[in-house]
Write a protein of this length. Structure first.
Length: 329
């Protein structure tokens, strides 16, 4: 069985980053260096070609891999991240992958080749390819938005938020409900929010829910909502997996002369600024994206300095009750 950096680190009794630093020509103590060299000799470990190419010391740059830049959540998170990093003497290098998973993997390797000190990945899903890349590049990586037991993760409590939205809609008397979500490949937005909502619905026996799927962009939400609203049995409420989807639903309703919340109630997730400015204001769950960015920056700096960080951090949210939900009881 092929040995890995993690295996070497475990035998020596040091962090993976210490072994990686040794392999990349970085500074380690003489005692640690001799131990690593002996274990490598005993195990016959051969560094992969990628690790061997990393010889220079790392820079004061932190990389951020972002699936799309034209979203409120991404822009707010990056802003908070950049502010925190600058205050601590680091600069931020942003890579936009346009929601392409293969480009995410490529970005991990590309940033490591540029001697980046650490990486924050805005994750839509975590695949084996992601885990392999993190292992091979040998520098600190934090996944923001998704979790996995093998990596450092920062997530929002999407399950609890979904449950709260479900309970709220039900207490308003809605029993014919549509849930407009996204692909379940997105563990947080596509699955956890939906599961939390389903838990609330199961506690109310008389509720009838139909589940639909949309893309993240507003144009996709308008198309999906049109199919729901043009159906023979229109729901009294549509619960949307994101604020962007909710805005698409509201646009589709407006195009049909359907009044919100008189004829249709709508909720979202995210707490985008625009949801407070529109009329009626959108009832939603507000996530602290700016604070999340600051926290991710502080944690990646700690990892770069080889300080301890919790493997999983769960961020809280705020329920925002506005005017987009009517009481039908």
């Amino acid at each position: 069985m092929k040995n890995t950096i993690a295996d070497i680190a475990k035998i020596v009794g040091v962090a993976k980053s210490t072994v990686s630093r040794y392999l990349n020509g970085g500074s380690v103590s003489d005692v640690t260096r001799r131990k690593i060299e002996q274990v490598i000799k005993d195990t016959g470990y051969i560094p992969n070609s990628f690790a061997q190419s990393l010889k220079a010391k790392k820079t004061s740059m932190i990389g951020a891999i972002v699936p799309r830049l034209d979203s409120f959540s991404a822009s707010q998170t990056v802003t908070g991240m950049d502010e925190e990093l600058r205050q601590n003497g680091y600069q931020l290098l942003i890579v936009n992958t346009n929601q392409n998973l293969s480009r995410e993997i490529e970005a991990l390797y590309d940033l490591a080749r540029q001697k980046i000190s650490g990486i924050i990945l805005f994750a839509t899903e975590i695949t084996q390819a992601h885990l392999t890349a993190v292992e091979e590049i040998g520098i600190p990586v934090i996944f923001l938005g998704q979790q996995h037991q093998k990596v450092y993760s920062i997530i929002y409590n999407d399950f609890a938020a979904g449950y709260d939205i479900g309970q709220y809609i039900l207490t308003k008397g809605h029993r014919k409900i549509a849930y407009l979500g996204v692909t379940e490949k997105d563990e947080a937005v596509g699955l956890q929010r939906k599961l939390g909502f389903q838990k609330a619905v199961k506690e109310q026996e008389k509720a009838e829910v139909d589940f639909f799927e949309s893309g993240f962009r507003m144009s996709a939400a308008v198309e999906a909502a049109s199919g729901i609203l043009d159906g023979l049995d229109r729901p009294s409420a549509i619960v949307c997996a994101t604020d962007n989807i909710a805005l698409g639903v509201m646009k589709a309703a407006h195009m049909r002369g359907i009044q919100i919340p008189k004829d249709l109630s709508v909720t979202g997730f995210g707490g985008y600024e625009v949801t407070e400015m529109i009329h009626p204001g959108l009832t939603t769950v507000k996530y602290g994206y700016w604070d999340g960015g600051c926290l991710a920056a502080r944690q990646i700096i700690r990892l770069v300095h080889e300080e301890s960080v919790d493997s999983l951090t769960v961020l809280h949210y705020e329920f925002m009750e506005r005017e987009s939900v009517d009481n039908v009881e």
